[in-house]
Design a protein around this ligand. Sequence first.
Ligand code: ZN
Ligand code: ZN
Length: 323
Amino acid sequence: MKALVFTAPGQVELLDVPEPEPAPREVLVEVRAAGICGSELHGARRPGFRQPPLIMGHEFAGTGAGGEPVVVNPILSCGRCAECRRGLRHVCREREIIGVHRAGGFAERVAVPASALRPLPPGLPWEAAALIEPAANAVHAWNLAGRALGASGAVSTDGAQRARVAVIGCGAIGLLCAAMALSSGAALVEVTDLSPARLAAAQRLGAEVASPGLSGEYDVVIDAVGSAATRAASVAHQRPGGVAVWLGLAEEEAGFDANALIRSEKRVLGSFAYRDEEFAQAMARISDWDLTWAAGYPLAEAAGIFTDLMNGGLHPLKALLLP
Ligand SMILES: [Zn+2]
Ligand SMILES: [Zn+2]
């Protein structure tokens, strides 16, 4: 079968590879759509957790053994540790991710544990189904913010208490965070990005562009970039007692004013992946959101699209491979 293989740092190739052979309790998924994630572009340039040779792809949907439409929750966990037992299996110390630690969805077929399959609602387009995984990240970030701010905070639909939200970075995750905030009753969602195309996509979702950049203070600042500069901005533009949620992983440095954090009781929360119920929430919401910023391509074009995006190309905003 054909697969897009990460073969060396900075290099991906469309190759003929052996058919995957499902182990006991695994299922062969016929992939119909698989999203290219920013973390993969980054990871291919500078290999860390992802080591070549690897078929990447952790955001994908397709058909299961009986031809039924499924989406894959790519997080595999031990199921025994304290975190797993508390419903926090996304931070299990033995966590592995399909497409990171084992072959993923950038292929015609992939074998995955049967426990990773989630049935899709009828009629959901494959492109939308492949965006459930990134959308689940946005649901999780929003839920973390809401919990931090309490019942009268980000999750309230009470007009007097509705949150002012800023989103730094309008790649797919930033856009989905904006969509989640807007559809959850935020009073205002302002976004920043260097790319006019990304800002236009955010405006189509109903967000406002903060021009020339963030000004003033927000209840929630979501950093979907993860550079020292954006992390500093997420603290600087947070109101006293507000919350910043960090999803971006561009750099290791934090770069923020820790004393300001203390004096104004600001908060910073790390947000990684999602809980199982948040994956389900993302599935329930995804069809309500504008997804025209994502574009599908045949697998035959995968190496060119991936390489272009890896080298800084900004079009499309989000690429979905359609094997
Ligand atoms: Zn991803
Ligand atoms: Zn565990």
